[in-house]
Write a new protein. Sequence first.
Length: 116
Amino acid sequence: QVQLVESGGGLVEPGRSLRLSCVASGFTFYYAAMRWYRQAPDKERELVAQISNTGQSTSYANSVQGRFTISRDNAKNTVYLQMNSLKPEDTAVYFCNAITENGVYWGQGTQVIVSS
């Protein structure tokens, strides 16, 4: 059974940082490309960042480029999203996504609220 469990969300002031984690199980993590998406209230889900299975290739949405960093630890079956210089418009539920040989899977999401 595939599981993606996100953590690390919370309430943070503008300009501060958070690190999200997503622990994966039930599939061969090393072979899976991983993504972080987010969905703000009344908005469509958007792709924030993605990383190749080896971690050598990453890409970002324009809105987070230079502020967010995606990384992975294949020994721990974990993908991270380091979010710096957070803005109120980063407020959303953040979802981990795995592209595996058997299909695409989603985590349950973790809420991030950026507010003073």
